[in-house]
Design a protein around this ligand. Structure first.
Ligand SMILES: Cc1cc2nc3c(=O)[nH]c(=O)nc-3n(C[C@H](O)[C@H](O)[C@H](O)COP(=O)(O)OP(=O)(O)OC[C@H]3O[C@@H](n4cnc5c(N)ncnc54)[C@H](O)[C@@H]3O)c2cc1C
Length: 474
């Protein structure tokens, strides 16, 4: 691969001086390693660096503005929309060395950490202090807090606890021009100035490079109990969700699987499922032990009244874990059907889930595709997985048409293209299906004001045109 004209020998030398020669590489092995994330696309960067401080990142961005080469922030590379891919070459800047938990404050229930800390490691550390960091993307064992904030990641617990945005109180961010910005405050209430913390969270690495975060924590729940319930009709599962919520119980997770997803994980469950299983809910309740027992009993009665043909509570931690193993096995199990999974994470108001599932079944029939649905029923965020053979060009083309059908359906139901995975390059071409011209124009103006030379993560969110780059390879 030819080096980008902008990242010439002189600039490579300057980059080595800024981060130190041991913390950067342009060997083909390393470039290849950083050429992909969890989206099935590959783009070679020109160089990869692992800086050790905000100051070094600031120097890199100042140089990038002078020499006009792209800079792409990268956490663990688990993103599902191509956000950390160097689509036009340039410099990939990782948070690998920014991995310290700096200060856990038990009294104020907050933690300062660096952006490269892995979510699961942070959770384990704060739990030792009796505290709890709720955002739990299924990638939590690998993904970084910086990446979670950049994508505003969610997870199963979002139905009760909200998403990453709800826990970020303050940030240290290196702006695209190299200035170091400090947003927010350690006070729970703080309304001085524009809320730039919220602007940065979910900006997918296009407006600033997050280096440190102050996160809000909550007390660790005393008990967690899980149950599995199966219904002969999808609508019954949605009605159950509505009934549970209106009985003033907010479960900590309310996960949903449709018939095709149930078929995929049947073999991973120790339980015999009814033959007519059309929808499955995996429900968890947390809190004080006495209240959890009462809430479990109420939820079980609701499930039976609505028409569940199986209600099974996990009696032990092992049983609870085995239910979650089945849920987590879904992605690998699906991949056995077809080698390529196009994973959309659309969100609709939760009572519209049956209409969404019916609409998706119709799209699958019309486009002659296999589509498997599962997700977070409590917040209406459904993962719609289109299963495709990448060698079958006709099937790939039908899948792309189906994605557009899906987005139009979702918007007609009052929903959103993405509940948690972000837009990146994967959904950028479809943005105008949901956002109007004014909204896109304001987003462009914000980007232009903070990043006048379009240095930081260009071509992401609203700007991806595959023809701008020849860097993609198979
Ligand atoms: C198996 C699997 C399960 C998943 N489950 C979930 C889930 O349940 N919920 C969910 O929301 N997501 C999920 N994801 C998607 C993904 O894990 C999240 O988007 C996660 O937040 C990405 O974190 P990362 O560290 O891997 O970031 P990366 O993939 O490295 O980067 C993601 C984006 O953030 C930007 N970025 C990274 N670090 C910074 C930084 N410090 N400053 C500024 N920008 C930055 C990048 O440029 C890119 O645009 C899953 C992914 C996989 C592979």
């Amino acid at each position: 691969m030819e080096p980008s004209a902008k990242l010439d020998r002189k600039n490579r030398t300057r980059i080595r001086q800024i981060v130190g020669p041991d913390h950067c590489s342009d060997s083909s092995e390393d470039l290849f390693l950083y050429a992909y994330d969890a989206l099935n696309r590959r783009y070679l960067p020109d160089m990869v660096v692992h800086p050790g401080s905000a100051r070094e990142i600031s120097e890199l961005l100042k140089l990038a503005n002078e020499a006009r080469f792209p800079v792409v922030p990268r956490g663990a590379g688990t993103g599902l929309t191509g956000g950390s891919l160097a689509v036009d070459g340039g410099l990939v800047v990782t948070t690998r060395r920014l991995d310290r938990i700096l200060d856990i404050d038990r009294d104020n229930m907050t933690v300062w950490c660096e952006a490269g800390v892995v979510n699961g490691d942070l959770q384990a550390e704060v739990e030792k202090e009796g505290l709890f960091f709720p955002p739990d993307p299924a990638s939590m064992k690998f993904s970084t807090i910086g990446g979670n904030a950049a994508e505003n990641a969610g997870g199963p617990r979002a139905v009760k606890y909200g998403v990453t945005r709800d826990y970020v109180m303050a940030l240290e961010v290196v702006l695209p021009t190299g200035e170091i910005l400090h947003t927010g405050s350690s006070a729970i209430k703080s309304v001085t100035g524009y809320d730039l913390t919220r602007l940065m969270v979910g900006s997918e690495g296009t407006l600033g490079f997050i280096t440190r975060l102050l996160l809000r924590l909550v007390p660790k729940p005393e008990t967690v109990r899980a149950m599995l319930t199966v219904f002969p009709e999808t609508r019954m599962a949605s009605n159950t969700v509505a009934r549970i919520m209106s009985s003033r119980i907010v479960p900590s997770t309310l996960e949903f699987m449709d018939r095709s997803a149930i078929d995929c994980v049947k073999n991973y469950l120790d339980i015999e499922l009814p033959d007519d299983a059309a929808a499955l809910l995996l429900i968890e309740v947390d809190g004080r032990a006495t209240s959890v027992t009462e809430q479990m009993a109420t939820i079980q009665s609701i499930c039976r009244e609505v028409g569940a043909n199986l209600v099974r509570a996990a009696d032990s931690e092992e049983e609870r874990e085995s239910l979650w193993t089945a849920r987590r096995s879904l992605s690998p199990a699906i991949m056995k059907i077809r080698p390529l999974k196009i994973n959309e994470d659309v969100a609709v108001p939760r009572m519209k889930i049956p209409e969404l599932i019916e609409g998706v079944e119709e799209i699958a029939r019309c486009r002659d595709l296999i589509i498997v649905n599962f997700g977070h029923a409590g917040d209406g965020n459904v993962h719609v997985n289109l299963l495709v053979d990448p060698e079958d060009r006709d099937e790939v083309a039908r899948a792309h048409s189906a994605v557009e059908d899906l987005f139009r359906l979702v918007v007609s139901l009052g929903g959103s293209l993405s509940g948690e995975h972000g837009i990146g390059i994967a959904k950028a071409p479809y943005l105008a299906i949901e956002l109007d011209e004014t909204m896109i124009s304001v987003m462009r103006r914000i980007k232009g004001a903070l990043d006048p030379n379009n240095i930081l993560n260009p071509h992401k969110t609203f700007d991806f045109d595959p023809s701008v780059t020849s860097r993609e390879f198979r």
